[in-house]
Design a protein around this ligand. Sequence first.
Ligand code: SF4
Ligand code: SF4
Length: 507
Amino acid sequence: MALHAFHGGLRLPGRKTHAGAIRPGPIADTLWLPLQQHAGAANRPLVAVGERVSAGQAVAAPDGDDGRLGAWLHAPCDAEVVGIEDRELPSNPALRVPTLVLRRIANGDTASLPPIADWSEQPSSVLLQRLAAAGVAGLGGAVFPSADKLSVPRQTLIVNGAECEPYIACDDALLRERADRVVCGALLLAYIAGAERIVLAVEDDMHDALAAAATAIANHGDGRVELRRVPTIYPEGGERQLIETLTGKQVPRGGLPRDIGVIVQNVGTAAAAWAAVVEGRPLTTRLVSVAGEGVREPGTYEVDIGTPVSALVAAVGGYTDKAVRLIVGGPMMGQALPHDDFPITKAANCVLVPSEAELGERRPEMPCIRCGECARVCPASLLPQQLLAFARGEQWERLSAHGVMDCIECGCCDLVCPSAIPLAEHFRWSKSMLRQRQRDAGKAEAAKARFDARELRMELEKAERAARRQRAAAPDAVAAALARAKAKAAAKNNDSETQKTTTDDGA
Ligand code: SF4
Ligand code: SF4
């Protein structure tokens, strides 16, 4: 089947030469597990300070009052819970969220879930529960709980191995070394989602990964898994862009892939789902690319979730003199960190420590010259210069109507803007403001609903009280009527007696 081009995008230099073989990450003494590391509501802790936990034991669970299955959180090692404290979140350092602090101990226990070897004979609901209980979430960076994403049936499953940001190469390493797990995981995910078509998408410059994937499909595929080479154009790995490339269909504005019968799961998520179901292993590690001229031994590391970034960098030889910035994620969509006391979360696919040269020249911001370059490269087909004007004017309705929520914050517009305007930053801020306004509106609506319900309840109580009073008054009324009836009857009797006496006397 032919491939289709999505609008915009950029060809960026890959800079993935460091990928190499997967190496074990550090054994850190302290681990930080933020309770809000999946998309959606925060988890609630299942353990208390002072408690000892085993490797693989569930330590936090979704609240579940919103009807979602969510994803649980597990201890990556035997540990003692030494604190639950508010700490900065790497995906948003301005946000402090409750975080479990674990201190590594050695007690040799491992907690695992019972393997479900006969998964193809199980109902989807059992497997969805397992994915949630094993903490499986999107490892491409979005960390959406997989059980929730898979709970709606789809016709097509796309397994995303299109790793389009420069430097990030953990999916490449996974496919090169563990393609069997990805392919088996893809079959499992397709079974859960009821998908008939399975497409494994890999970028055309990932030669070894493509070869390994082809072998794994030949060994394990059931004829349904198609391997597709997709062009290395940033942001090819974006969910909407990849769907359009492979199917020619566009996800409607404001809609979701499910609206066109498609689900996209990252290759790492497929492998994690296989481990969770068939081996009973919860998600406690992830592959992380450590990259940039600012670290001594760049490479791909398998890292315990919760490992401090400082421990990871120390384990790869530390910083070089060239280190000028610390970023979690890629250079385009990653988050700059103010220091390295942040944990590796399920979302952290890359720790990038670039040099000045790698960051490129920083130019002063100038006024927009309306060149239209930003619109030409925008993969979401937006008009960034227009959105910028709305954002600066805080015109929320217009921002919304012109699709700012569809901005994937890819940064293509930033990169081509001759005026060096940080457009994506404006749109990230606009989106967060719109979400906040939505939440506020929701809260106001909920408060109004609560007020109306209270009013209604008071009305009902008032009516009930009135009815009770009426019922209470009813016996008196009956008694009075009876008394009146009795008195009337007595008076009648007296009259007849008098009449009778008079008659008798007269007789
Ligand atoms: S690329 Fe920059 S200067 Fe050109 S229209 Fe867009 S915002 Fe304006
Ligand atoms: S950051 Fe947003 S507006 Fe800019 S190119 Fe990417 S999707 Fe378009």
